[in-house]
Design a binder for this molecule. Structure first.
Ligand code: PLP
Length: 453
């Protein structure tokens, strides 16, 4: 049958990231053919609720005609142009303006195609900035254990997850990792969220002083850690971190690749957690996932220093053939217009209560250790108990079983280790939130019996 052939071809011709070929051969590749609204359909016509917006990106759902039309119209008008040698194009200019208007304190926007490229660009801009300021020693980058920033060499070095480092000879020099702001797992007995935040900020300062502040360029953080397990920072975390960075003249990069564009109930995660970064990385929901595009926004100080230095040399020696691709930018312009016209931010705020309450209602289940999230992002962490001190061994198996049980029941949710992540399209209605959670109790029960056996 064509289906079997297709699965065979898929497994044998593609090197699949995230899974190994043996796993694909065993379970068969799941081939997704179409999407509409919060649903996707596989090649056999089976319907699934896409509870993860793909890889945290299809925030406007699937099959949106307005987004598709914007991309198609741009393909017909000017399918390709670049931003090189003094040339530019309308969609890039318009989108940069729109981003600046949304992102407080940001003065300039530079485009790439992916989140990894955005974060790589952040590292290079931080280095360039410090060279331009006559501080060539100031180059180290601090990120956090369990942070995820992508897979290019610099981005993977900032990522703080073992499987992105082991077997890859990463991280490279100059990249350091500070503590994870996960109160439930990492706090000491009796330590309040505010005290835990103060301790993490103190430990960060000790790290900067140990390394020498004159060698530390930047600190990068996702406002909410995504691939590390949807970890929401404890109370006062960014408020405690930011003064440490300011004191030691360290840039603060907000990786808003997941948290940007209404996901957290504010335009950016930085707004939600009261922090004003010196620069921001954006991707994914920037185009609703309909075309590859990412952006780095920098503040006035960085822009002035970088532009003055570029003046001497004559060019900023950094840019990609597809950076600011017109189809990506036109799709981004349409997405940002849709977020505003369809009042997506108001919608996220209006369903946040229902969604977060629903998530927390599973805390009673014996398999669930913690429920966490804000806006329309969250996770259930599976654990033997709710103490935060225990975990299933080896990690990830119980999570994978739960995710497979859910897929059998028509809901796609991703397990990141033993945390079940939720990041549904932001257009989801209250009735659809009910449907998203409907098979969870049953899937949890089956997984619990399986885990005990
Ligand atoms: N930063 C964050 C917070 C991400 O979640 C991701 C991807 O999941 C990236 C960066 C990397 O983006 P990309 O996969 O587009 O390179």
């Amino acid at each position: 049958a064509p289906l079997t052939n297709m699965q065979t071809r898929d497994v044998e011709a593609l090197l699949h990231p995230y899974t190994n070929a043996a796993q694909h051969r065993q379970v068969g590749a799941h081939i997704i053919a179409e999407g509409k609204g919060i649903h996707v359909y596989d090649e056999r016509g089976r319907e699934f609720i896409e509870g993860m917006s793909g890889l945290w990106c299809a925030g406007l759902g699937f099959g949106d005609e307005e987004l598709a039309d914007a991309a198609a119209a741009q393909l017909r008008k000017l399918p390709y142009y670049h931003l090189f040698a003094g040339r530019s194009h309308e969609p890039a200019i318009e989108l940069a303006e729109m981003i600046k208007d949304l992102a407080p304190g940001m003065a300039r926007v530079i485009f790439q195609s992916s989140g990894s490229e955005a974060n790589d660009s952040q590292v290079k801009l931080a280095w360039f900035y410090n060279n331009a300021r006559g501080r060539p020693e100031k180059k180290k980058i601090i990120s956090r254990r369990k942070g995820y920033h992508g897979v290019t060499v610099a981005a993977a070095s900032m990522t703080g997850l073992p499987y992105n480092h082991l077997d890859w000879d990463l991280p490279i020099d100059r990249f350091l990792h500070a503590g994870t702001p996960h109160h439930w797992r990492e706090a000491e007995a009796g330590e309040s969220e505010a005290d835990f935040s103060a301790r993490l900020a103190h430990e960060l300062e000790e790290m900067i002083e140990r390394e020498g502040p004159e060698t530390v360029a930047a600190f990068i953080a996702e406002p909410i850690m995504g691939a590390g397990g949807v970890i929401v920072p404890p109370e006062g975390y960014f408020e405690a971190i930011r003064p440490v960075l300011d004191k030691h003249d360290v840039l603060m990069i907000a990786d808003e690749v997941i948290t940007g564009f209404a996901r957290t109930g504010e335009w950016f995660g930085s707004d939600r957690f009261n922090v004003r970064p010196t620069s921001m990385s954006m991707a994914k929901q920037l185009t609703g996932g309909y075309a590859p595009l990412s952006a780095v926004a920098i503040n006035q100080d960085m822009a002035e220093v970088i532009e003055a230095h570029t003046g001497e040399i004559g060019t900023l020696g950094h840019g990609f053939t597809y950076g600011g691709h017109p189809v990506g930018c036109a799709t981004g312009v349409a997405a940002l217009r849709i977020y505003k016209e369809r009042r997506i931010l108001d919608h996220v705020r209006s369903v946040e209560g229902v969604f977060q309450a629903k998530l927390r209602s599973y805390l009673d289940h014996p398999l669930v250790g913690e429920a966490r999230g804000v806006g329309l992002i969250g996770a259930l962490e599976l654990a033997p108990d709710a103490s935060g001190q225990t975990a299933f061994e080896p990690g990830g198996k119980v999570g994978a079983k739960l995710s497979a049980e859910l897929a059998e029941r028509g809901v796609i949710l991703r397990n990141v280790g033993d945390s079940l992540a939720f990041c549904p399209p932001m257009i989801i209605t209250e009735a659809e939130i009910e449907a998203l959670f409907a098979p969870l109790e049953d899937a949890l029960n089956v997984t619990e019996s399986w885990a005990k056996a």
